[in-house]
Structures are given as C-alpha cells and as structure tokens.
Design a protein around this ligand. Sequence first.
Ligand SMILES: Cc1cn([C@H]2C[C@H](O)[C@@H](COP(=O)(O)OP(=O)(O)OP(=O)(O)O)O2)c(=O)[nH]c1=O
Length: 601
Amino acid sequence: MVLNPVISKLAGKLVVLASASPRRQEILRNAGLRFEVVPSWFKETLDKGLFKAPYEYAVETAKQKALEVARRMPFKHLKTPDIVIGADTIVTVNSMILEKPVDKQDAYRMLSSLSGKEHSVFTGVAIVLCHEKDNQEVDYQMIAFYEETKVKFADLSEDMLWEYINSGEPMDKAGGYGIQALGGMLVEYVHGDFLNVVGFPLNHFCKQLDIIYNHSSSFAVEKKGIMSKHNDGEFKSQNCENVIIQLNRQQEGEQSGTGTRDSKPNKQDLERICELMDGFKASKALFTASRFCVFDLLHNKPGLDAARVAEEIKASVKGTECLLEACVSLGLSRHKKKEESLFENTDLATSFLRSDAPFSLHGYIRHCNETLWPLFSHLESAVHEGVSQHEKVKRHKERCQDSVCSSQELKLRFMSGMHSFAKVTAAAVATAFDLSRFKTACDLGGCTGAMAYEFTKAHPGMSVTVFDLPAVIEMREHFLPANSDKKVSFVAGDFLKEDLPKADLYILARVLHDLTDEKLHILLRKIAESASPGCGLLLSEIFLDDDRGGPSRGLLQALSLSEGKQRSASEYRLLLERHGFITAHFRHTGNLLDAMLSVKA
Ligand SMILES: Cc1cn([C@H]2C[C@H](O)[C@@H](COP(=O)(O)OP(=O)(O)OP(=O)(O)O)O2)c(=O)[nH]c1=O
C-alpha cells in the first residue's frame, strides 16, 4: 500500500480529530494529515461490565467520542465536517481494563499490576463520515476498528515505580505509562504496532482509508462489519459497526437544547455553559488560596481543620472554610480519609501549587492574579477601544500600591512568574528535537536562565548564553544560584538595539507573540545577521490552529497582549522564511508551549 496517496484522499476535506490527546495529534500531523482538533465532550463512563471483550469497550468509547463531535459541530461550529476521527486507548491485564490513573496511588496500583508481565494495549478507532444533504439532514456513517499490541514490562522495583510516578508522566496515559517517553525504560518487548500503544494505530487507519476511498466496492460489501486486522495479517469483518445514522438537523437541535423553546436543555450543554460562567470564580479561588500559601501550609502540616488554617493564614474561619471547600470541589485539596473536617493537598496541588515544588506554578499564578486578572477586568474597555489596558492598570496599581512595593519588587514578581512558567515548560521544549549538532546556543529574553539550564541538562555538549535586559540579568540570582552550571552564562543587553552573541542556535521562547510587527522584524533581522548558514532558530510559543479555531489558551492569551499577536505555526513559518530561516520541524509538545525548529538557509 502506498501510504501518502491514502492520506492525500482527505486533502480538501474538513477532517476533525475528536481528541485532546497531543500524541494522537502528533502522529496524524507527522503523517501529513491536515485536520482540526475538536476534543470530544463524551465522558468515558460506559459500564465496562456490559462488554464481552475489552476491545469492544474501547471501540464503543471511540465511537461515542467521534459521534458527539460530529453531531455537535453543525450546531456549535456552524459547519459540518466531512470526517470525524475518534479513538480510545486502554490497557488490559488479568481481565482488568486500565484507563488513566486518577492519582498517584492509582498509578501505583496500575503499574505494579503490569510489573514483570505481558499485557495488551487496545486502541479503538471510529471514523464518522458525514454526508450533508440538500434538505439540511446529515447522514452519519460509522466505521470502527481496533488494534491490539502486546507489551511486556520488566520487573519494576518499588524505587523505580515511585520515581516514575513522581515524574508526573503516568497521569494522562492509559495504564499509567507512556511508552514513547520515560515509560519506554520499563518495557522489555513490544509485539505489534508501537504507535497503537502511543494512542493511534496509524497503519491500520491508513488501510481503512484505503478501503473507504480506493476500494469502495469492497467497502460496500463490508458495510456491516468493523474491518479489523488480526494477528494473521488478514482483514476480517468484526462486530457490526458500519451504521448509517440519519439525523435531521432540527431533531438534533432539539436534542442539544438549541431547538424549540419547549424542549429540555441538554445536560452536557448546560454543564459546559456553567463551566464557562464559573471559570473566573474557580481561577480566583485558586489565586486566593495560592496567595495565602494554603498549599504550602497543607503540605507542611497535612490534616488541619479550617480554624487552624484560618489561624495560620490570618484570615476569618468562615471565609477560610468556604475557600477550602471550594478547593476540594476543584480537585486541589481533599478531606482527609474518614475525617471530613480535616484538609490535605491533592497530588495536583503537591506537584504544581506548592511554592517549592520542582514544577511549581506558584510564581506564575501570582502573576496571573496580580497582572492578568486586572487586565481581564478591563476587557470590555480593551475590546471597545482596541488598545491594551496595561497603562491603565499600571497607573491604577501605582496609585494603590503601598510604598513597600517598589518597582524592583514588581520586577521580581514578574520574573518569578516567567521563571515558574519556564521551569514547567523548559524540558519539553529542550527535548522537542535532536539538537546535538548545536554546540552553542543563545536564549534571547531568557530571563532567569530556567530554560537555558534545562537545555544544557538535555544536551550535555551544549553551552547557552542567556541574553536579556540589564535590569533582569542583575536580579536573576534571586532565582538560581550564580555558577550553578558553568555552561550557562549571562549577557546583559537589549536584543532590539545591540549586537547579539554569536551562537549555533538561537532560542526564542515566548518572545515573538508579545512584540509589534515592527519590533518582531527588527529582532528577526538581527538574528539573521548573526546566524551563519546552518544555524538553528528554535521558536517556542502556543501555535494556533491554521483556521484560528483554537487552542483556546492561545486565543485567550491574545486578549491581554500589550502589543503583539497570536499566530499559527504556518504564520510563524512564513515570517521566519522572510528572514532566511527554513522551517525543518514543528511539534506540539503536549506541554504548555509548542516548538518549531528552523535552519538558516
Ligand atoms: C499506553 C500509553 C497510552 N498513552 C496515552 C494515549 C492516550 O492519549 C491516553 C489514553 O487516553 P484516551 O482516553 O484514549 O485519550 P485522551 O483522554 O488522551 O484523549 P481523548 O479522549 O480526547 O481522545 O494514553 C500514551 O501516550 N503512551 C502509552 O504508552
């Protein structure tokens, strides 16, 4: 089978991936498929007891995920996709189905049940073909299949298990491991499609497309079956799953609550709207608990009651109790087992909200509270006037700020926000590509050096110069001890005005989106002047989808930008090409920032 022509059959069609999984997106993107991502709202709560075999559960979940998006899009996105792809990955061992662990204990339970044994990974895939008819009806045709891969784990010691769990990697992965990353170290062998384990059986998917688009007659014959590859390599028809569902748009509208006035509101839609309406309350509860260092307190003294917490944070008992209960409902704190009046942190708070956690977002949350929150409270003015509200907020702050809070203190807080964000994202950016051929790098606007240290850690042969404004370089020692890594050095300067240090690789992480077009071109011109042919430029930003339909994190960030704008990977690629940098790769890292590597022609 020639793969590319199969994928190219989908060119010009609106292909939608009904999955939030960054791994699925990457696998399909790397295969050259162009698609939009619309994560499914289908909750994975089907009763497993109803299925005879585990793969049936995965296939049914994949179908429900894809169908939910196919049905929602004509109403919520006002467009009907041509094809929607859904998938669900599960791990099975000793007739148990393992999905994503809910917490560290659950991950421990899963991984220890896999230790020293062979298990199966099933990914169910559903392809929904949508045919829009003249009378506004949409026909949905479902093709579903699954792939099985067998994986054997080595014997895992307790230390190894906990070290792996504490890396945080297991939490968003079926069976509690990621074979494509650190989890690969646990694996003795893999029999079958590796990508199936990572979340998407690409080869089987292409064969299925081949049947749909190149062999429509055999497709018609197989209309009653899931086409599924068996271990003997033959295609066999399995489980009757090719169904045509006729749905009239008006009926759909009624089902989803957007139809007649008498119809009942749809539960999922209501939940979604409430989530949006209450989003700001949840954010502010998180900011307030962080501001009062509640998560540090519950880490150091787990199992305090509201009165003790109130005493420690010097706040009212009533207010503290409300705050703690809200944190419980948000999954940040929990009641201590069997002692409902006592509170402790969840794993989420321990990993990200303690101020001294390795991946602490404490500083960034403070930045959100003190800088972004006031900006968003002026959003109506920003939209109305079309100008940034930074100045207005700054003036207001200066009027209200007590004298203790000097501009020095404000700068430190800003740097602390950037530092904590960089610490969480740096490893994913540093390891997104093979950078072994670059011996020297320069991190432009590299602030405290958090990103630079991660680059030297990931690439032992590399040294990195951090280039940032003198005021920033002066204060960086508040964050990382000087000389903690001799391969990281700091140079003070203004990248828009001064010559840049020479390097094989220039790093621009979260810089370009914040610059005006004019400044952006000045900076890219200066990098192009300093870079010799073959030099790299590593850009790290949130990349918007090509149709600017998401991700919402990027589009929401645009609402508070002072001068710059959010762009898609294609837009950045064009900008870089204008300055002589040819984009070699780009990658959704699965972390908070994406990455693109370009090379000077
Ligand atoms: C076993 C294994 C799973 N996984 C991932 C693939 C899937 O993303 C995830 C299983 O969860 P799923 O529920 O299949 O998918 P998801 O929740 O990530 O995304 P969505 O429901 O929106 O489609 O586990 C790995 O990345 N590596 C592995 O080795």
